[in-house]
Design a protein around this ligand. Sequence first.
Ligand code: R5P
Length: 295
Amino acid sequence: MVSEVIVLAGPASPSLSREVAVLLDVECVEIEWKIFPDGESYIRCPIEVEGESVTLIQTMFPNQDKRLIELFLMLDLLQDLKAGEVTLVIPYLAYMRQDKRFMDGEAISIKTISKVIEGLNVDKVILIDVHSPLVLRYFKTEVSHISAMPLIGRYLKKLDLKDPFILAPDRKAFALAKIVADALNAPCNYLEKKRDLITGTVKTEFKQLDVADRDVVIIDDIISTGGTVANAAKIVRHLGARSILAACTHALMIANAFEKLRNSGVSEVIGTNTIENQFSKVSVAPAIVKVIKSA
Ligand code: R5P
């Protein structure tokens, strides 16, 4: 047993929390929660935590504003209940894509979110594949940043892919794609993408890639509407890829994203349990536990 650590499962991360607790061989306690008829959130901690070190796990998939309110209530409650050291695991950090002012007058959303979290007395934060290094700079608390990519690489290795080729759908995802490519000992490349700041529409430049008759894996941090990966898939399908898989850390898969990906040639979407849904095929629990144990 890791001594005196309790894993508290936030409303949004029940199964990941249980897995982390099992791997740590500690107790997992589910925070009690409900939503009142008018939409307001209610939070209760069913155990005494005074003086106890706690690891609170709460992800932030849509409705992310609800997830944030739940988090704020839980953190303030832990302070009221005089919990000892609080380690906060945020598997998917909402608002992290708005990490700077892209246009004059815009709010830097992640700066605001990090300020509120830190104002609620967190000792350590564990984040997974944040959108950019800039995100980490807004936290003054000790942050451990981990990547799901080695675990995704391990998962892909078991699939017995034929001549795999790893592709980042934009320059930003190239560093992540390289981790997977190294794990598979496969070639890796990236595409150039531009997003219209007003409409959100994504345009991807065509590039000659040696993907003919290969199993291509497109790697990104987030799949949201699926537009970015769909554009990349269309290019490699045109170039004669044998099969196309998409893998990411945070599979938000908003609205008809899966249909969009299927129509562009993607046969499977591999996500992790930073967001618990049908695409969670890789668990990030071992990576979280490694960080907690090394602290
Ligand atoms: C943005 O740069 C991110 O890394 C992802 O590429 C983006 O969030 C994916 O969004 P969508 O699936 O809506 O294209």
